[in-house]
Design a protein around this ligand. Structure first.
Ligand SMILES: C[S@@+](CC[C@H](N)C(=O)[O-])C[C@H]1O[C@@H](n2cnc3c(N)ncnc32)[C@H](O)[C@@H]1O
Length: 377
């Protein structure tokens, strides 16, 4: 789907000249020598190197996660020898990993032979959802081994498609509890931070009843319930996922306030009574016809003036552009359906489904979650 003008513009000539200069080795050398442009030249070279080497950084991170290196440093710095023994690595291997991890700020050198947690390592320890994402990236890594084959549509069976089986077509109501288990657990691990962002961005207390469509194991509704004790809670998800949600919400003592519907949200009836419908990390999983159907169903489920809230990472997020178009672009391609959309693209689909112009609410960490709300007309 085109996002900008495809025809030639007046700027093309200027950009052609710029690109010719940037590609010229003599210009590159001059830019690196000349003091005012040296900083820019070095930064660009570093950015380009990171693009070339990024897959290695990811595997260094995976080794840290698989070995539980960050957890081993949680109580304070340790020596290489001590870590090598605890993590069952040869001394040489431990040293090589620690040096690599230090360069990526996952750990920090604290003297000749001691290492402690670095800024990224400490942040990861506080958010176990990131490690869970890193571990499941093994599937995506395998699918991306031949990215061109993926782009040509030559991969109908992908590892990521098996992980998210509802994205691969067929009747999703036939999925077994084993098939939904891994992705449901992964989503639950990363849900608390997402929920905090959404609850801080939007005043849920204005509503009587929320319906969380594609609500997973109920993790988001549990966060909602603890912030707003008066709100009624409804959820619809595939049968084996809905079973997990029912158990979780009941165990949390919410039986009186909740109702869980098991079914396909694209073909089964949605429950009545909500004045707020939430779609949290759901829309980007689906292609446009399914998204339009979801929005139309949300429209039917809501009274006039009711609210639809969409929360997920979005394309064209300022300062985080590669997250939408590169990471989610290829992740969702490997998964089998969906794409990250810009707020405007979502707005166009919402308009077709009978909602007003949506409002983008500020969130603290737009890289992770953006929140769009629209009123049913
Ligand atoms: C990416 S997960 C997000 C889960 C949860 N909202 C969260 O943010 O943690 C997408 C959810 O949509 C559900 N889902 C996908 N297709 C569905 C369908 N056709 N009918 C009902 N639920 C569906 C999945 O089972 C899953 O729980």
């Amino acid at each position: 789907m085109p996002r900008g003008p495809a025809s030639a513009t007046w700027g093309d000539g200027f950009l052609r000249l710029r690109n010719r200069l940037l590609a010229n080795p003599a210009f590159q050398r001059a830019a690196a020598r000349f003091l005012p442009t040296r900083f820019i030249a070095r930064r660009r070279a570093r950015e380009l190197f990171d693009l070339v080497a990024g897959f290695v950084y990811s595997q260094v991170l995976l080794a840290c996660v698989q070995l539980r290196l960050l957890e081993a440093l949680a109580d304070g710095p340790r020596t290489v020898a001590d870590l090598a023994e605890t993590l069952a690595l040869p001394h040489e291997g431990m040293q090589r990993l620690l040096w690599a991890a230090a360069s990526l700020r996952l750990v920090e050198r604290r003297g000749d032979d001691r290492f402690g947690l670095g800024v990224h390592g400490a942040a990861m320890l506080g958010n176990p959802g990131i490690a869970a994402m890193v571990e499941h990236h093994g599937l995506l890594y395998a699918d991306l081994a031949d990215p061109v084959a993926l782009l040509r549509g030559r991969r109908d069976r992908t590892a990521l498609g098996a992980h998210w089986p509802y994205a691969m077509g067929g009747d999703p109501r036939n999925l077994s509890s084993e098939q939904v288990s891994a992705y449901t657990t992964l989503m639950a691990a990363s849900q608390p931070l997402v929920a905090a962002e959404i609850l801080d961005a939007y005043p849920f207390h204005r509503h009587r009843c929320v319906l969380d469509a594609g609500g997973g194991d109920g993790s988001f509704l549990l966060s909602v319930a603890s912030r707003i004790p008066t709100l009624r809670l409804m959820l619809i998800d595939l049968p084996p996922v809905a079973d997990r949600a029912r158990v979780r919400l009941r165990t949390a003592g919410l039986s009186e306030r909740m109702s869980v519907t098991a079914g396909d949200f694209l073909s089964d009836a949605w429950p009545d009574g909500a004045d707020l419908v939430t779609l949290v990390r759901v829309v980007h999983d689906h292609d446009d016809p399914a998204v339009l159907e979801l929005f139309r169903r949300a429209h039917r489920a809501l009274p006039p003036g009711g609210t639809l809230l969409i929360a997920e990472p979005m394309a064209d997020t300022p300062g985080a552009e590669p997250m939408g178009d590169a990471y989610f672009g290829f992740y969702l391609l490997a998964m089998g359906s969906g794409r990250a959309r810009t707020p405007d693209e979502l707005g166009a689909l919402l308009d077709r489904a009978g909602f007003d112009v949506p409002r983008l609410l500020p969130t603290r960490m737009p890289l992770q979650t953006r929140v769009l709300v629209a009123r049913r007309l």
